[in-house]
Design a protein around this ligand. Structure first.
Ligand SMILES: [Zn+2]
Length: 442
């Protein structure tokens, strides 16, 4: 889980005597691209391997190996590039003829000797990768999935720096590179998965695990902190994970997706954060809460549509009241609120489906099923909770489970509504059907 790379906040000066061409990006502003042919010629003279796709020239000192996936990287890059152009809302002749040069390096020395990796200080020392306009360098990684991720991460930088003249705050620059690099291969082809669907698709990426680890230690940042991430040339993995999480939420959560897409259609410049915070309908407090709710629950296949939280305050619970809990949704607002210290009795029944195996559907009742567990509780078990605000000890706001199963008695830990859901990974809700019935009594 090495830390990925960083992009310069502005382009470094053109260096090492290479030709620089000016192109007019679809965005309409001049963006400098490094001409690719002199670089390729230098690589060939040095005996380095050159693999060419439509949009990527990949230069490497890796020896040829039949099954290491390196030969397919230009094709995968081209498939990803189409997704990025769609995301960045660019097209036209400039895009069609756009090319990047990537150096995939086992050893830096042959690239330095060939003049392909500057040693004059114009490129800072980097751990995993670095991008300068449409050129990037990355250190080879033995894991094919992680190598592809690092390559595509730098590719997003190259695409956005040149075609969109990107000069955004760190959280966006790195978050969007992480988001648009995240993928799986289906029949050998690139498929964008902004939130990875399963761990085996993104071996060694470790981003979801990092966020959950930070959650457990109380160190996960809030949204405000992520949006203020300073530019840092030794950017930590935790910051990458948090930046990815912020961009994933803003582009995937139904409350923000439209605003964010409109924002990304405008200038990708240093004022992006201010424009976000001044966008019509932006509610910083609610966005912070949605971000905390996301980092509390994030998992492979997390679906914002199924897990978006209704934060309505609810009415005071003064008499026994029924609520229906859908099996295919995350935390659901009961519409009834409690004051801290209020007593609550819960009685639940019903039967719903939480998936299927070859023998047929898997059904659950409020106690849950004993053959599968998630986060320390049986899958399918009814959970009753409240949103608990940040503590003075510095802990992030979080869900506090008050009761679980078919019946329970508890005391409210906060002022606010009662929420229910069945216990399952948020990435596994889509195949659930049915509901449970819950009676909440003061
Ligand atoms: Zn980066």
């Amino acid at each position: 889980m090495a830390a990925p790379s960083f992009a310069p906040s502005r382009f470094p000066r053109p260096c090492w005597g290479l030709l620089v061409v000016l192109v007019i990006g679809a965005w309409g502003e001049a963006a400098e691209e490094v001409a690719t042919q002199p670089v390729v010629a230098a690589a060939r003279r040095a005996g380095l391997r050159v693999l060419e796709g439509r949009h990527l020239i990949l230069i490497t000192d890796r020896p040829v190996r039949a099954d290491d996936g390196v030969g397919n990287l230009p094709q995968i890059f081209d498939e990803a590039f189409a997704v990025w152009c769609d995301h960045f809302q660019v097209d036209g002749p400039t895009v069609n003829s756009w090319r990047a040069v990537g150096c995939l390096m086992v050893d830096r020395q042959p690239f330095q000797a060939a003049g392909l990796l500057p040693t004059d200080g114009t490129i800072p020392p980097f751990q995993n990768g670095f991008c300068d306009r449409n050129r990037f360098w990355l250190i080879d990684h033995p894991n094919p999935a992680y190598r592809r991720h690092l390559l595509l991460h730098e590719g997003v930088h190259a695409c956005s720096l040149t075609l969109r003249d990107l000069s955004t705050p760190t959280w966006y620059t790195e978050g969007i590179a992480e988001l648009l690099a995240t993928h799986r291969l289906r029949a050998g082809r690139f498929e964008s998965t902004p939130i990875p669907l399963q761990a085996s698709d993104v071996e060694q990426l470790g981003r979801i695990e990092k966020i959950l680890l930070l959650r457990r230690s109380g160190d996960v940042p809030g949204l405000e902190e992520v949006l203020a991430t300073p530019p840092d040339r030794h950017h930590a993995l935790a910051s990458y994970a948090a930046s990815w999480a912020a961009v994933a939420m803003l582009s995937g959560h139904p409350a923000y997706a439209k605003t964010f897409r409109d924002l990304e259609a405008g200038p990708l410049d240093a004022n992006l954060t201010q424009r976000l915070e001044q966008a019509p309908g932006w509610n910083a407090e609610q966005a912070a809460r949605d971000f905390d709710a996301f980092t509390a629950e994030v998992d492979y296949g997390y679906d914002f549509l199924a897990s978006a939280v209704d934060w309505s305050p609810g009415k005071p619970l003064v008499a026994a009241s029924q609520m229906t809990v859908a099996a295919d949704r995350g935390w659901q607002n009961s519409g009834w609120s409690l004051r801290q210290g209020d007593r609550l009795a819960v009685v639940a029944d019903g039967r719903c489906r939480v998936g299927a195996v070859a023998e047929g559907p898997i059904e659950t009742e409020p106690e849950g099923i004993s053959l599968a567990w998630y986060r320390g509780r049986p899958v399918g078990r009814l959970l009753v909770a409240q949103w608990f605000p940040a503590t003075s000890g510095g802990g992030r706001p979080q869900w506090k489970i008050l009761a679980e199963g078919s019946r329970g008695k508890c005391v409210a830990v906060a002022d606010g509504p009662v929420y229910c859901k069945i216990n399952e990974s948020p990435g596994a809700l889509a195949d659930n059907t049915g509901t449970l019935s819950v009676i909440l009594s003061p």
